[in-house]
Write a protein that binds this ligand. Structure first.
Ligand code: S3P
Length: 445
């Protein structure tokens, strides 16, 4: 399935100091999970601050198609009446996840624990992404893949397990999507489903499952890993969820404020779960001024206001074990690194190759076309920061929202404007990105 909107090019040019106080939209990961857990619960879930981006709206539609009652009750306010664990109804039509790997893979897990068959599909970007990483362990739990495109890709049909088997599974890559799919399937299995990760990935599923009443225990495993044990066949109970602002979306105005001279901005309610804040840690090592205040939390998810001031940045080395906590932020970190003085080496970026686009190649291309020295060496990205960016390039988006937003940040301080070929995919995760950036003083035309 393809997106109907036409490509929407846009140009970013050197802007005056950015200033003001904004709240970026709700966290995408938490928004998907709130809808899915709400639909698997008994009773009502009330969500405030839901991200109303295309990815999450597609998950909402799929929950509706699977028997949940999903309603919008106000701005970013939604309720879900669930069907209970293993209670999904067979959908009448294919579930279309558009551009979203998270929506698709998590719902595959939830469907795998129900005695139904569902067809999964998405846009050209999602159809090109690997699904076996989720389907193989779900098959060990008893789910069966019917028709699929080559290599187990979308579109495909998944037959849920009639009697799901609890398994112990060591994830081959640090991926919250794989972990979450298995835990969601494990909800319906008798006994304990265990997921072991060598490097801890974002733990929103674990925190939210606990909030909805699941029996789930997470313990340390080795230096950086976790072992998560979920006892299945308990009931989930609808709960209230307050969705904090998405740190992966906050990353764009944040880096823009750092590189545009004289900027001073404030970002409200940004989620500061330590498994998501690798970018903030890295930028601070580079010399960034990022101050936290109003620190608080909801349903186990911490949040804070961030004040960000323009800063002189220096190149650093980013260790591979930090990758899971900033996996979606390397594109915009590469922009910050281009404006830094000195070399930034980002190590262990293999997973970037299987995101909405091959982000390793796309990042290098974005920098190169704008006159920045960059090299890919194995799974590492090396950026030569010279304190300024020549610009003047046209960046290809490859159906990837984060490439578009990163390029539109890069152009706010470059010598010549930076153009992107298509901004339409920004709507998947950050629908009012351009309006919020303009409010802060960004010049786009
Ligand atoms: C997500 C997990 C990450 C991330 C994605 C959101 C999630 O993917 O890139 O944007 O909400 O679980 P992987 O778990 O595959 O690394």
């Amino acid at each position: 399935m393809t997106k109907s909107s036409k490509p929407a090019p846009l140009e970013a040019r050197s802007s005056g100091p950015l200033s003001g106080n904004v709240r970026v939209p709700g966290d995408k990961s938490i928004s998907h999970r709130a809808l899915i857990l709400g639909a698997l619960s008994v009773g009502e879930t009330r969500i405030s601050g839901l991200l109303e981006g295309e990815d999450v709206l597609n998950t909402a539609k799929s929950m509706q198609a699977l028997g949940g009652e999903v309603k919008r009750t106000g701005d970013f306010a939604w309720t879900v009446r669930g069907v209970g664990v293993a209670g999904f109804a067979e959908p009448k039509m294919a579930l279309d996840f558009g551009n979203s790997g998270t929506g698709c893979r998590l719902v595959m897990g939830a469907v795998a624990g129900c005695p139904i068959t569902a067809t999964f599909d998405g846009d050209a970007s999602l159809r090109s992404r690997p699904m076996r990483r989720v389907l193989d362990p779900l098959a060990l739990m008893g789910a069966k893949v019917g028709n699929s495109a080559e290599g187990g890709r979308l579109p495909l049909t998944l037959e849920g397990a009639r009697e799901p088997v609890p398994i112990t599974y060591r994830t081959p890559v640090a991926s919250a999507q794989i972990k979450s799919a298995l835990l969601l399937a494990g909800l319906a299995a008798p006994g304990v489903t265990t997921v072991i990760e060598q490097e801890a990935s974002r733990d929103h599923t674990e925190l939210m499952l606990r909030h909805f009443g699941a029996e789930i225990v997470s313990t340390k495993e080795g230096a950086h890993g976790r072992k998560i044990a979920l006892t299945g066949q308990g009931e989930l109970h609808g709960a209230d969820v307050v969705v904090p602002a998405d740190p992966s979306s906050a990353a764009f105005p944040l880096v823009a404020a750092l590189i545009v001279e004289g900027s001073d901005i404030s970002l409200a309610d940004v989620m500061t779960n330590p498994l998501r804040t690798g970018l903030f840690a890295t930028l601070r090592e580079m010399g960034a001024s990022i101050e936290e205040s109003e620190v608080r939390g909801d349903a186990g998810e911490p949040m804070a206001r961030l004040r960000v001031r323009a800063s002189k940045l220096r190149g650093v080395e980013v260790p591979p074990e930090r990758a899971p906590s900033m996996i979606d932020e390397y594109l915009v970190l590469a922009v910050a690194a281009s404006y830094a003085e000195g070399t930034t080496i980002m190590r262990g970026l293999k997973e970037l190759r299987v995101k909405e686009s091959d982000r390793l190649e796309a990042t290098a291309a974005m920098l190169r076309v704008n006159g920045v020295g960059v090299e890919i060496s194995g799974d590492d990205l090396i950026v030569e920061g010279r304190g300024h960016v020549p610009g003047g390039g046209v960046v290809r988006t490859h159906m990837d929202h984060r490439i578009a937003m990163s390029a539109l940040v890069m152009g706010l301080a470059s010598d010549k404007p930076v153009k992107v070929d298509d901004t339409s995919f920004i709507a998947t995760s950050f629908p009012d990105f351009i309006a919020i950036m303009r409010k802060l003083g960004a010049e786009y035309s």
